[in-house]
Each structure stands twice: as structure tokens, then as C-alpha cells.
Design a protein around this ligand. Structure first.
Ligand code: DCS
Length: 284
């Protein structure tokens, strides 16, 4: 049986003691992280747990554990659940308290909930690429916070799925932002182009890994705004996230990207990415 972590306890799903008054339910008042597990080990753990603390600070919430304690909880979940390839989901809500909008009394402590789950690498998407659909970005102006408030992302992803696409690409004021649960990159004349890490996107950990890999491999990068028209004219396009890694995009709004196949720069980056994850899973 799967072991979960809630509020200081390792427990089974049936014994999870979740309060109806948890502010996660009422308001989506909390933050979260998804951390990849390769070969039974956390990948880029410091970056993810560091961002969790940054997200919490931005919503004025104090996490009642240290970064190292959360990493230790994640490692324990991986161990007891025997996860080799998968991910950790961890969320922190502002705690359980009768429903009023303003923060609860200081005695109410944030609730940490987490689990580890087996989840293979999505190799067929990584190999063959996916289709995406652009949607209006109706989110708030603090998309840099990895908040539990994901309603706009949920609606966008559903719209994309109903159109037979794997991801929605948010467009705000004529600028391409990011995916509903991924960052977005174009490649034009050998240059990798992506929206800068402002308040209008989440600065993905995989995004940061890709920018590092570009640097290490001499691939030029421009972090700048680009329009949907520019997006349609890219030679290559790809999306990145913890679970989807570097996924090529071959069709945007039913228009083929470049030759309609994953491109050479995308492939180079995928190979560089695979080289820096544990070898036994690289080809899984
Ligand atoms: N942008 C948004 C809006 C996201 O939700 C995510 C991750 C990303 C970008 C990519 O960030 P990482 O590279 O750090 O994963 N979304 C997580 C999610 O909800 N499921 O998997 C990843």
C-alpha cells in the first residue's frame, strides 16, 4: 500500500487525516512542487525545494520544516514506496481553520502533504513530439509563484485536450508566455528563444537546466518576448517540465513546426539532458 506524508506523519491513504477546513480546499491557499525521481534519487532537489520556500515566502507563509527536513521526507517516501522512476508531489497549505479569507491565527500551522509515485519517462512524446494549442492567458499577475490555484491552467489544459493536443500555450497581450504546466521554447536560425523569467511565467527548474545545457553546448539563447506569429515561424519548438523533460512540439494550432518533425537543436538538447540523468534510466 502506498505511504503518504501528512502533517508530520507517514501514513496510508485510508488513514490520511485531511481537514475539510484546510485552506487548500477553500482557497487553493498554498504552494507545491513536483520533483522527478530517477534511479531512486531526487533530481535537482535543492532547486525544487528552494523554489518551494521562495513560493511560500511570496505568499507570506512559513513552512514548519527546514529544506533538509523536506528533502529527508521526500527520500523516505521514495524508499518506502520503492520508486525507481517517478516523482514526488509535495504541497504546503496555510493550514486548517474556519473559513475566512484573511490569514488564520499564528497558532495555525501550515500543512505539508506529500507522496511518491511511479511514473515512467514519457518516451513516445519525447521521441515523436506533441501538438499544442494556443489559449488566452487569463491567469493572475504572479505566475512566478507555484501556487495551488491552478484553475486557469486546468481550463487551458482541458481546452487543449479537447482539441487533441497535449498542451496549451498561454498567450498574453500578443506575447507567448509558457505552457499550462510547462515552459515554451522556440528555435530560429539556431538560436533558442524563450520568455524571460518575469512575474508572468513560472521559472521552471527544467527551463533553467535547458538554459545551462545551451550554455555548455555553445547554443545561443535569447530570453525575450515573442509573438504567436513568430512562434508559427519557428524552425523548432519544444516544451519543458519536470515530468515531460524536453518534449518537441511538431504542430501548433494545426500548423506544422518547421519540417513537422523534432528538430536538430531539440535533439541535441534532449541528448545533453539524458546524459546528466542517471544512466540506468536514460533509455527507459
Ligand atoms: N510552467 C508552469 C505553469 C508549470 O506548472 C510548470 C511545472 C512549469 C512551467 C515547468 O516547471 P518545472 O520545469 O520546474 O517542472 N508544472 C508541474 C506540474 O504541475 N506537474 O508537473 C510539473
Amino acid at each position: 500500500m502506498t505511504t503518504y506524508f501528512i502533517d508530520g506523519q507517514f501514513t496510508s491513504k485510508d488513514s490520511l487525516n485531511i481537514s475539510i477546513d484546510d485552506r487548500g480546499y477553500y482557497f487553493g491557499d498554498g504552494v507545491y512542487e513536483v520533483v522527478k525521481v530517477y534511479d531512486g534519487e531526487l533530481y535537482t532537489a535543492e532547486e525544487h525545494f528552494g523554489r518551494l520556500f521562495q513560493s511560500a515566502a511570496k505568499i507570506k507563509m512559513a513552512i514548519p520544516y527546514s529544506e533538509q527536513q523536506l528533502i529527508d521526507i521526500a527520500k523516505e517516501l521514495i524508499k518506502v514506496n520503492e520508486v525507481q522512476t517517478g516523482h514526488i508531489y509535495m504541497q504546503v497549505t496555510r493550514g486548517a481553520s474556519a473559513r475566512v479569507h484573511q490569514f488564520p491565527a499564528a497558532a495555525v500551522t501550515p500543512v505539508v502533504t506529500a507522496y511518491a509515485i511511479h511514473n515512467p519517462r514519457p518516451l513516445s512524446n519525447i521521441e515523436g513530439g506533441v501538438s499544442v494549442k494556443s489559449v488566452d492567458d487569463v491567469r493572475w499577475l504572479r505566475c512566478d509563484i507555484k501556487s495551488l490555484n491552478l484553475l486557469a491552467n486546468v481550463l487551458a489544459k482541458q481546452e487543449a485536450f479537447e482539441a487533441g493536443c497535449a498542451e496549451a500555450i498561454f498567450v498574453r497581450d500578443g506575447v507567448v508566455m509558457e505552457g499550462s504546466s510547462s515552459n515554451a521554447f522556440g528555435v530560429k536560425d539556431g538560436v533558442v528563444i524563450t520568455h524571460p523569467a518575469t512575474n508572468l511565467i513560472l521559472n521552471g527548474i527544467t527551463r533553467q537546466v535547458v538554459l545551462r545545457l545551451c550554455k555548455e553546448n555553445g547554443i545561443p539563447v535569447e530570453e525575450r518576448a515573442f509573438t504567436p506569429e513568430e512562434m508559427y515561424g519557428m524552425d523548432e519548438f519544444f516544451i519543458t517540465s519536470t515530468t515531460s523533460e524536453i518534449t518537441p512540439v511538431v504542430l501548433i494550432d494545426e500548423k506544422a513546426v518547421g519540417a513537422g518533425m523534432p528538430g536538430a537543436v531539440t535533439r541535441r538538447l534532449q541528448e545533453a539532458f539524458a546524459r546528466q540523468i542517471p544512466l540506468s534510466v536514460a533509455g527507459e
